[in-house]
Design a protein around this ligand. Sequence first.
Ligand SMILES: [Fe+2]
Length: 204
Amino acid sequence: MTTLVDTPVRPHPTGPFARPRTRRADRRRWQDGPTPASLADLAALTREVAAEVETGRHGVEVDPVHRWARRLHADDHLDVWLISWTTDQGAELHDHGGSIGALTVVRGALTEWRWTAGSDDDGTCPAEELHARGPGLRRRVLDPGHSVSFGLGHVHDVTNRAVETAVSVHAYSPPLSAMSYYGVEAGVLRRTRSELVAPGQSPE
Ligand SMILES: [Fe+2]
């Protein structure tokens, strides 16, 4: 369960939809998914908002029982979330339905396991963790300032494995409306369930 705080939705003055459109940007639009935002737009937006968080513009709270999240912005194309993660708070292995997304770590570190069918670990994972998760999952540690984007079909989980509380900014476009959850059995990815995501419901 996540502690959810939803602030009044307001236009974000530095979002990708506020930028002047260039011919190059227009060619890129709609190429990464069912949305005019590109993966690069979303990653850039989360970096911009992460910088705002560092200046103290957006208050961060910490809940050691339930992961804390606050929606900073929502419109027809986009929602932006601020999330804090205490040690071992995380998500299950999941996708983002018909949305693409991105995140930037503000402070602390997040460990992401992402599904790469048939691939083995990249050598950075302790053998016991790789054995526990099975082949096909790759681990990467996302340090402060690290941004990653998620295209359609990206399956991952994200957990804070460090002592320090982690803070991250996430953007999804279109806003999340459904998610599926997965398990890995003998190297095969199996969907275990799918759930609708209500408007304003915390993402994973
Ligand atoms: Fe996710």
